[in-house]
Design a protein around this ligand. Structure first.
Ligand code: GLU
Length: 321
């Protein structure tokens, strides 16, 4: 297997609007943007609100405003998943016609209590295949699952060679949920293909999803992007930064400390003088500080310098100067 290079020309940042932009998502935004821009490529934004019950009113607008205040510039319109269900249905029907998906009548507790249940990645139960050969008598269709078959291998530009046995480690995954919404795994594959994304730079919390996405790409005859999974920012206890941990929203009025911290987190060693915060300084002065930091980052970005680890503590970087 040949390691793909990230020689592509189109990257993206795809936040879920579940809250304001925090340090962990800033890292993913910055890494994906700098990797695309340093190659002269396009960088797109996609609002991943396909899981509508998890989306929070106002979060999408707040994320976009913070990105803009931090000096990010994306190409074209923001793609919004909640407007794309007709497209997801079209692709879903393609899979249905090909016999790759089947209806499932199992509830979560039936799956948890199944006698032959095993756990896969993250300790999540692997679907035992109860409805794989047709709905058992008395069951009604609730969700639709993808029939997975293969072991998938890929080479991540940062995390190296990856291998996952889909039936053993994940099982048949839901593509159309019981609440009628399409699952992230389907949406992300369709969207990356439709947006022409050819390199995906995102947090390593998603690395276990990548084999499922590659499997779907192959079934659908879509190209597989190159992947680089960045270290996930964790707190002292090893928990991913989130609203529940120390992840304060990025301060959109003084973005330089957070941008500097994100660059340092990504192993880029920006010079200390670029950390001028101009806390009480005039707006123009703050803009200049941010522009200087961006200029340095674009000129010096080197993916190889990013630590090749899945998680990395972020507390040092969150402390105010
Ligand atoms: N929407 C996902 C998140 O915010 C990212 C998905 C992706 O980059 O593929 O965690």
């Amino acid at each position: 297997m040949i390691a793909p290079t990230l020689a592509g020309a189109c990257g993206r940042f795809a936040p879920s609007p579940t809250g304001p932009l925090h340090f962990g998502s800033l890292v993913a935004a910055l890494g994906s943007c700098l990797e695309a821009r340093s190659r002269g490529g396009r960088w797109l934004l996609r609002m991943e609100d396909v899981d509508q019950p998890r989306s929070r009113t106002g979060a999408a607008a707040s994320i976009l405003a913070t990105l803009e205040a931090c000096g990010f510039e994306w190409d074209g319109e923001v793609m919004v998943q909640s407007t794309r269900s007709a497209r997801y249905r079209e692709v879903f029907e393609q899979l249905l016609v090909a016999g790759e998906v089947y209806s499932c009548g199992c509830t979560r507790s039936e799956i948890d209590d199944a006698p032959n249940i095993t756990s896969g990645i993250d300790g999540a139960p692997v679907y035992p295949g109860t409805c794989r050969n047709g709905l058992p008598p008395g069951k009604v269709a609730r969700a639709w699952r993808l029939r997975v078959a293969d072991t998938i291998e890929f080479v991540d530009a940062l995390q190296g060679k990856q291998r996952q046995n889909l039936p053993r480690d994940v099982g048949d995954c839901v593509l159309l949920r019981a609440d009628g919404l399409f699952a992230y795994q389907l949406a992300v594959v369709v969207d990356d293909a439709d947006q022409g994304v050819d390199h995906v730079v995102r947090g390593a919390d998603l690395i276990d999803s990548t084999p499922r996405q590659i499997y779907l790409q192959r079934l659908l005859g879509l190209p597989t992007p190159a992947y680089a999974h960045l270290p996930v920012a964790v707190d002292a206890a090893g928990n991913k930064l989130s609203k529940q941990t120390r992840a304060a929203p990025v301060d959109a009025t003084h973005p330089v400390p957070a941008l500097f911290a994100a660059l340092s987190f990504l192993g880029q060693q920006p010079p200390a003088e670029l950390r001028r915060t101009h806390g009480g300084g005039a707006l123009a002065e703050r803009r200049r500080a941010s522009a200087d930091l961006w200029a340095w980052a674009l000129a010096h970005w080197n993916l190889e310098k990013v630590p090749h680890v899945l998680t990395q503590p972020a507390l040092d970087y969150l402390l105010e100067p």
